[in-house]
Design a binder for this molecule. Structure first.
Ligand code: PEP
Ligand code: MN
Length: 337
């Protein structure tokens, strides 16, 4: 449930409610709005009689959120969440494009890609050091050396870094290098990992599980939020359907549905959605037209030599062309890139 304080409720009145929530064994999540404060009561609230809060001074009313996700829901937080990353903001008017190779393969490869995507207008570089590959015989990533390369390239180019973390015990290591921690599709329901990044506190990009519903994605986001980390960005990257012409099926309807249900920013990864570089640009354009707050795009200077996901990786010149087209679509829907 959420406790909605009266306009003008004092700090002491808010604190008294927060203390009472804790005393009753729940975790309080206050949200200080411009007009009024609301306090989410997180835990299994079914046995609680809401009048314990209603009678407290400064309380206006109590609203029960019936959805299984609370902190992630628009009922709790009507305004869009904006996540600042190194000078840019994800979830604001600007559509943020994150781009780079699937995997960090070498310093040369990453640096060449980084300068190319920066030149095209990108502020955030992607690149996996720990790779969740479907086959144990595929390239598994450079591990810690990959993180060091990301740091060196960040230092030289000024680009912020998004990279994947696969296990709870890796969070503090990857967190030292990443500006955004990526949780991959295969780990969307790794609750120990969600707990760990929730406590760690750095911004998280949470990818939708390839066989997960929108509500399941939001419940996974709720795990992160309920551990105190509100800087969560959702990512639709295609779901598995009967269609085999594309690697996955981009669920573009997830964008308006998520926008209605949650305040969290929504990014689309058209590369993993379709699996073929030729279709990445139209999907990127469609995503921005539908209201996505950002894109995550795989770019490789030599896709034919890529150690992972070469078929869906754009060459830098094709990526620059994509950015131009996306910019035009963004302008048409009143946004910038
Ligand atoms: C990736 O971003 O390279 C990746 C492995 O993505 P996903 O988890 O969506 O498959
Ligand atoms: Mn990939």
């Amino acid at each position: 449930m959420i406790v909605i304080m009266k306009v003008g409720a004092t700090r002491d009145q808010v604190q008294a409610v927060v203390d009472r929530v804790s005393e009753l064994g729940f975790s309080p999540h206050p949200l200080f709005g411009e007009e009024r404060t609301v306090i989410a009561v997180i835990g299994d609230e079914r046995p609680v009689d809401e009048s314990v809060f209603r009678i407290m001074s400064g309380v206006d009313r109590i609203v029960r959120i019936l959805k299984p996700f609370k902190l992630a829901s628009r009922d709790f937080h009507p305004d869009d969440t904006v996540v600042p990353i190194n000078g840019c903001s994800i979830g604001g008017n600007q559509v943020i494009i994150m781009a780079g190779p699937c995997s960090v393969e070498s310093k040369e490869q990453l640096l060449e890609t980084a300068w190319a995507v920066k030149e095209a207008g990108v502020d955030i570089l992607r690149g996996g050091a720990f790779k969740p590959r479907s086959s144990p015989y595929s390239f598994q990533g450079l591990g810690e050396r990959g993180l060091e390369i990301l740091a060196e390239v960040k230092e030289e180019t000024g680009l912020a870094i998004i990279t994947e973390v696969m296990a709870p015990e890796q969070v503090s290591l990857v967190g030292k290098y990443a500006d955004i921690l990526q949780i991959g599709t295969r780990n969307m329901q790794n609750y120990n990992l969600l707990h760990a990044v929730g406590e760690y506190g750095k911004p998280v990009l949470l990818k939708r599980g390839m066989m997960s519903t929108i509500d399941e994605l939001l419940m996974s986001a709720e795990y992160i939020l309920s551990h105190g980390n509100y800087r969560v960005i959702l990512c639709e990257r295609g779901i598995r359907t009967f269609e085999t012409k594309t690697r996955n099926t981009l669920d573009i309807s997830a964008v308006p549905v998520l926008k209605q249900n949650t305040h969290l920013p929504i990014v689309i990864d058209p590369s993993h959605a379709c699996g073929n570089w030729e279709w990445v640009e139209p999907l990127a354009m469609g995503s921005v037209a539908a209201g996505a707050d950002g894109l995550l795009v795989e770019v490789h200077p030599h896709p034919d030599m890529a150690l992972s996901d070469g078929a869906q990786s754009l060459r830098p010149d094709k990526f620059a062309a994509l950015v131009k087209k996306v910019r035009a679509v963004a302008a048409a829907v009143g946004r910038t890139v």
